[in-house]
Design a protein around this ligand. Structure first.
Ligand code: PLP
Length: 216
């Protein structure tokens, strides 16, 4: 329904099963059910699960997403596991990921996390500093900025999150207009269990879903 209202193509939306705190068995069940993108918010937990899946000879192709805050000292491990890091929120962190990615000859896909609601409890760049920081990150050769990510505030009614999703899309469109990068920023990672329908209506193409998948 949300997709009909937003006139989008459901095939163009990536659904990430956010599996923090879930067991390996639960993850394998979601993969068997057709999920091909797994999200974690801690490097150590992701690494453990990733290694155990490999050891069990799990040949299924899954992409790993880092959706939680990333500390600089974990960048080295993060580049080994994650296909996409959603939580780049400073030039300092970007430079460290660049350094570690270069060491293993990897072009690391990243998203820039924006604190669209301005809550002090949230990580992410302020909307009005995002363009300046992206200009600098765009110079880093081993990083590929795929788009933007935001976490909407916890609200009683998902309608209240709409304004923050809209802000993220407008910011992404503005960045593309300014041509800060030689490629287009396509990804909008926004929408969780409680607000994904509104996020889709506002142009999300990457949903991060935990409870609706694992407790549904
Ligand atoms: C846990 C988590 C999610 C999933 O949340 P649900 O409300 O369970 O869907 C999405 N994004 C991030 C960053 C998370 O930490």
């Amino acid at each position: 329904m949300a997709c009909l209202r937003a006139r989008c193509n459901p095939a163009a939306i990536t659904i990430i099963a956010v599996s923090k705190g879930r067991t390996l068995e639960q993850i394998k069940e979601t993969i068997a059910a057709g999920i091909s993108d797994i999200g974690e918010n801690r490097v150590q937990e992701a690494l453990g699960k990733y290694n155990r899946l490999q050891a069990q000879g799990c040949r299924l192709q899954v992409r790993w997403h880092m959706v939680g805050h990333l500390q600089t000292n974990k960048a080295k491990e993060a580049v080994k596991v994650f296909d996409l890091i959603h939580s780049v929120d400073s030039l300092h962190l970007a430079c460290e990921i660049e350094k570690q990615a270069a060491k293993i000859n990897k072009i690391q896909d990243i998203l820039i996390q924006v604190n669209s609601s301005g809550e002090v409890s949230k990580f992410g760049l302020k909307p009005d500093e995002t363009i300046g920081v992206i200009k600098e990150i765009a110079e880093l050769k081993n990083l590929n900025i795929r788009g933007l990510m935001t976490i909407a505030p916890l609200v009683d009614n998902p309608e209240k999150a709409r304004v923050y999703f809209r802000l993220l899309k407008e910011l992404r469109d503005r960045i593309n207009e300014l041509r800060l990068t030689s490629y287009e920023l396509r990804v909008l990672s926004m929408g969780m269990t409680d607000d994904f329908e509104v996020a889709i209506e506002e142009g999300s193409n990457m949903l991060r879903i935990g409870r609706a998948i694992f407790e549904g």
